[in-house]
Ligand binder design. Structure first.
Ligand code: URA
Length: 276
């Protein structure tokens, strides 16, 4: 959460305590930002920040109140409808930008859609953006992303020959795990995302994407290392999917890198045996 500074005077330590008590967990800048006035893309080339609240055009033109977010049923139906209507990745990105049903959108800085080559034969899916991804609008750009890049390089891939996204495109505050209800709201988007990319091979980074997309509740240690059939509705039918350890988990438990290495060798083998 971020707040503009209070108008009363406090000693620095008291001010810090006041911010912590109010739930502020991140410093983004020392000046308030009028997000309604900053509709133009930033000159830096970063994607535009997520508006704190999306307003109907008439309201945005002058009224002070924001539209209330939709209720849970409307949010679910809305996500499914927007995803189904998206005919291209650009449509899907725009639909997700316009979607208001997930509360995470109101606390993150920007949506993280994807990185890499949408024509690639391999699509990797993580859980949700962290602080670095939220700042830059790209998946896996922090420390775990650096490890992922090295893992890809070990089998001759990089971001021009792989496509990377997450189940949840908005950063949960404080890097907490997304709630099951938040994952459920985002599922129609990632399912459509996979249909539109139609990769030859899917890689699920960690238990969260494997559980969400294979509808299995086994531990990642039991799911990894074998090929599962992801039941895509795309023209090519089911897609071979390899769950493996999340790079952030590998950074904490490096002795599992050997198993991840073996999973990546299987991915290389599958790509080599499955020549178009
Ligand atoms: N972890 C994820 O699951 N996704 C990211 O984009 C970054 C870290």
């Amino acid at each position: 959460m971020t707040l503009d500074g209070p108008t009363f005077t406090l000693a620095p330590a008291q001010l810090l305590r006041w911010y912590l008590d109010a739930g502020v967990d991140e410093t983004i800048g020392d000046r308030p930002l009028d997000r309604y006035a900053s509709a133009q893309p930033a000159a830096s080339g970063l994607p535009p920040p997520t508006p704190a609240f999306r307003m109907a055009p008439a309201a945005a033109a002058g009224a002070a109140s924001a539209l209330p977010p939709p209720g849970p049923d409307a949010a679910r139906v809305g996500a499914a409808h927007l995803a189904a209507e998206s005919r291209t990745l650009d449509d899907l990105r725009a639909a997700m930008e316009a979607y208001d049903g997930c509360a995470l959108k109101r606390t993150c800085q920007r949506m993280v859609f994807a990185d890499g080559n949408p024509q690639a034969r391999v699509m990797l899916i993580g859980e949700a953006p962290g602080a670095d991804e939220d700042r830059l609008g790209l998946p896996f750009v922090g420390v775990s992303g650096k490890l992922l890049d090295r893992m890809l390089a070990s089998i001759g891939l990089d971001r021009s020959s792989a496509y990377i996204t997450n189940v949840v495109p908005w950063r949960p505050p404080g890097n907490r795990k997304p709630e099951p209800t938040e994952v459920e709201l985002c599922l129609p988007f990632i399912i459509r995302h996979i249909e539109l990319v139609a990769p030859d091979v899917l890689v699920f980074l960690g238990g969260a994407p494997a559980t969400a997309l294979l509808a299995r509740h086994d531990a990642i240690s039991r799911m990894r290392g074998r090929w599962h059939a992801y039941p895509s509705n795309g023209p090519a039918g089911p897609i071979p999917a390899m769950p493996t350890y999340h790079p952030a988990y590998l950074l904490r438990t490096p002795h599992h890198k050997r198993e991840a290495w073996s999973d990546f060798l299987s991915i290389r083998k599958k790509l080599d045996s499955h020549v178009e």
